[in-house]
Structures are given as structure tokens and as C-alpha cells.
Design a protein. Structure first.
Length: 210
């Protein structure tokens, strides 16, 4: 008797982006075409990495709400030593993992789970490594159903970051949202607005600011 074939799960729709610069320049990144996740716009990513320039070389990078992993992949392409990506949506996570395995196998650790639950585990790894890392937060927009407290919860994660483990924390957020100038031991350095999205850069506060 012929075995019955299991129906193949339909893969979610994607569109393509490319790595802007560095080692993987021009390589294609699959971006999920769904409303619950989004990839940072190319112009925004380009501004981010123009700002960071060579700071990333040899430093760990953590993309907390990863989606496709486009920012972490770009960071690794620009010289980051290692990266972590956290993604909650299972289908998006599969796309993230495919991107990593195709572009940078073995160099980015992907984590499937809730960013608010998994962040502590990755942070403990950085503590053990005694490393100062770059953190990128791109939480889902708070206007989405069930996400009303997303920024408040994200600020809670930022408050956990200690100066000895942080070079810089960048938050991509709605331009209509004003983040505090001080979050825990981090101090707002500058903002860059791109239409509806803004990048806010936080560095560990100087001793006289503490």
C-alpha cells in the first residue's frame, strides 16, 4: 500500500533585501511579508551602520526582536565578532534561521522564544564572557493589538543592561514616542528620525552622570 503523503506546510510570503556593506555585501536576505514583523528600512540600516562605522569590529551584537535578522547579519558583515537573534514567531524564526545558515552559518546564534523571557539568558552569556556588546531593540509598534505595553516592557530590558557589558544600545521606535533621556545606567546620546521610525542611541552614562 502506498504511504500517504503529508501535506507540505505553505511557506509564508517573503520579499528580498540585500546586505548593504561589508563581508556579505549584496547577499540576499529574505524578509517576511506579514504585519507582525518588519525589516528595518534600507535607509535606516544604512544610517545606523554609517554611524557605527568601525566601532563594531570584534564586538558582540544582540538583535532582541530579530524578525529576519537583517540588522544582526549586517553587523556581522561589518565586523562584529558574534551575534544573537531572538524571534518569537515560529514561521518568521524559520526564515531567520534560513538566512543565517545561508549567509553566515555558525556565526549567529538564533533563539526561538519571547524576547522578554530569553533576553536574560543571552545577557548572562555576555556576563560570563566579560564582553561589552551592542544591543539593537526594534519592538513591534505599540499600535498593534496586544502590544500596548511593548515600550514599557522594552524599557525594562534596557534597565537591566550594566555599563560593563554595553558599548551601545539602539532602539528603533515610533517617531511619535519620546523615550526618556535616561534609562537605568544608559544615557540618550542622539536621535535620528526616518519618517514614522526613529533611532535612539543610548550609551552607558559617564561616572559624573551616574
Amino acid at each position: 500500500m502506498r504511504a500517504e503523503r503529508r501535506p507540505r506546510r505553505k511557506r509564508m510570503k517573503t520579499h528580498a533585501a540585500t546586505v548593504i556593506g561589508g563581508e556579505f555585501k549584496g547577499k540576499a536576505i529574505e524578509i517576511p511579508s506579514i504585519s507582525t514583523t518588519r525589516s528595518s528600512k534600507a535607509i535606516l540600516r544604512e544610517s545606523l551602520f554609517n554611524t557605527l562605522q568601525f566601532e563594531l569590529i570584534g564586538k558582540p551584537f544582540v538583535e532582541v526582536f530579530a524578525g529576519s535578522g537583517s540588522v544582526a547579519i549586517e553587523a556581522l558583515s561589518r565586523g562584529a565578532s558574534k551575534a544573537w537573534c531572538i524571534e518569537k514567531n515560529r514561521e518568521v524564526y524559520e526564515i531567520l534561521r534560513d538566512n543565517v545558515e545561508r549567509i553566515a552559518p555558525g556565526r549567529i546564534e538564533t533563539v526561538w522564544g519571547d524576547s522578554f523571557e530569553e533576553f536574560d539568558r543571552i545577557y548572562r552569556r555576555l556576563e560570563e564572557m566579560k564582553e561589552r556588546a551592542y544591543f539593537y531593540f526594534d519592538p513591534p509598534f505599540s499600535i498593534r493589538e496586544g502590544m500596548e505595553e511593548i515600550y514599557e516592557k522594552t524599557l525594562g530590558l534596557l534597565e537591566k543592561i550594566r555599563p560593563q557589558h554595553c558599548e551601545l544600545a539602539i532602539v528603533e521606535h515610533m517617531s511619535s514616542v519620546d523615550l526618556p533621556d535616561r534609562i537605568g545606567s544608559l544615557s540618550l546620546e542622539k536621535k535620528r528620525r526616518f519618517g514614522k521610525s526613529t533611532l535612539s542611541y543610548f550609551r552607558p552614562a559617564e561616572p559624573d552622570e551616574a
